[in-house]
Design a protein around this ligand. Structure first.
Ligand code: HEC
Ligand code: HEC
Length: 361
């Protein structure tokens, strides 16, 4: 699947659903919008990223004017980073939903403005996993990346690329693009001519395996559960959810249910390649575009809680949930914060099995 499709059709649709018609995202900004975005930038971002977006003014904040970042990161990675932050680093979450000062509309406007300042064609990147030899990648990381990104990806001269909050919300292609092309105007040099294709793919695949935490020696890459395993903790009592607006469960309450190992089904309603990047453990990939009749045939009809989530915050999950309600399923809910909120809160995620991903010997 191509990023253009994902970005335009899915991501934007859900991120700005109520804010503006889809078409408007790709039109030039008016002078008024530009001025407002520039003012927001100076107010909220210049402190660390610099008045000219040059980066490295405070806290090693990266450059926001490299062509490489914009070509690979606009709009999705930029929106996610600004909205949800990178927990554990000085990059905070700016969206109102996460307690930040900016509305979705303002974040969207600022992101468009950042992109317009650089004015580069987007690289047409895929969301499919990059496959490679993870063992070779670990070695490559040790030989070439540790000195700037830290032995555990904690960041030094360069960003904390081992941070689950970063990895869970960035595609393999985005990472690989930075590794191949570097980030112009910064210390991050292109590795295209320094490393072999196998080493680049390997180090990308290695970083992906760290998305559920660096310290895991080699995480188990989960396969999508078979229908007989959809109900988590079948012998346990149901969770006690108090729903907001009869629909939404908070990340806090869901975390408690996960930790107490309660009986429930979790549906990840995003496109399956994003389930693979990172998901809530035990969740069933059930993209919103699946054929519903086939899908629901395997869901329990005995009142077991079924919680849907997506990346949105919520449009895909809401669409699946309302279909479930229509079909008479009783205890259904949607995760209020979405997976980004979950990740931004530092809650645990698992990494999915790609059919072709190789693990270290
Ligand atoms: C307190 C300092 C600080 C402030 C204020 C701040 N940032 Fe950041 N930002 C950082 C740091 C540090 C990182 C790198 C985090 C890491 O290690 O991953 C970062 C990362 C980013 C990235 C990811 C860049 C990349 O290379 O992937 C974007 C985009 C970004 N910030 C945008 C913004 C915007 C827009 C604002 C204002 C709304 C802002 N930041 C405010 C410190 C800050
Ligand atoms: C000389 C220091 C240096 C080395 C060596 C280095 N990096 Fe970087 N890297 C950086 C800096 C600095 C940035 C942020 C650049 C910017 O401002 O956008 C970065 C950015 C990145 C990013 C983008 C992160 C983000 O938040 O968007 C990735 C991925 C990355 N590096 C991977 C690697 C890998 C893998 C290696 C080893 C093959 C490596 N780097 C080696 C300094 C380095």
């Amino acid at each position: 699947m191509k990023r253009r499709f994902f970005g335009a059709a899915t991501f934007w649709a859900v991120f700005v659903l109520t804010a503006a018609p889809l078409q408007a995202q790709f039109e030039d900004m008016s002078a008024e919008e530009s001025n407002a975005a520039a003012a927001d930038y100076q107010k909220y971002c210049a402190l660390c990223h610099g008045t000219e977006r040059e980066g490295y003014v405070n806290d090693q904040a990266p450059s926001l004017r490299s062509e490489s970042l914009m070509a690979s990161g606009y709009p999705t990675e930029l929106l996610y980073t600004i909205g949800y932050g990178r927990r554990g680093t000085p990059m905070g979450a700016f969206s109102e939903e996460m307690g930040g000062p900016m509305s979705r509309e303002e974040i969207r406007r600022l992101t468009r403005w950042l992109n317009e300042q650089v004015g580069v064609e987007p690289a047409d990147l895929s969301y499919e996993p990059v496959t490679g030899d993870v063992g070779l990648g670990e070695k490559t990381y040790g030989d070439h990346c540790v000195k700037c990104h830290g032995a555990q990806g904690e960041g030094e001269i360069g960003p904390a690329i081992g941070n689950p909050a970063m990895l869970s919300l960035t595609s393999d292609a985005f990472l690989k693009y930075a590794i191949e092309n570097g980030r112009d105007g910064t210390e991050m040099r292109p590795f295209r001519d320094q490393l072999s294709v196998d080493e680049i793919n390997g180090v990308t695949a290695f970083l992906r395996t760290r998305a559920s935490g660096w310290k895991m020696k080699m995480p188990v890459l989960e396969s999508p559960p078979a229908p007989e395993d959809w109900i988590l903790n079948p012998e346990s009592p149901a969770p006690e959810f108090v729903l907001k607006d009869d629909t939404y469960v908070s990340a806090n309450d869901l975390l408690r249910a996960v930790q107490e190992k309660r009986r429930m089904v979790l549906l990840d309603t995003r496109v399956t390649s994003t389930w693979q990047m990172a998901h809530i453990e035990g969740s069933v990939p059930m993209p919103y575009y699946d054929d519903f009749d086939t899908v629901t045939a395997n869901l329990p009809t005995d009142g077991t809680w079924i919680v849907s989530y997506c990346e949105c915050p919520r449009a895909a999950a809401e669409s699946v949930n309302s279909e479930l309600v229509k079909q008479g399923f009783q205890n259904t809910a949607v995760l209020w914060e979405g997976i980004q909120g979950w990740v931004a809160l530092g809650y645990p995620v698992s990494v999915g099995q790609s059919t072709v991903m190789e693990t270290a010997p």
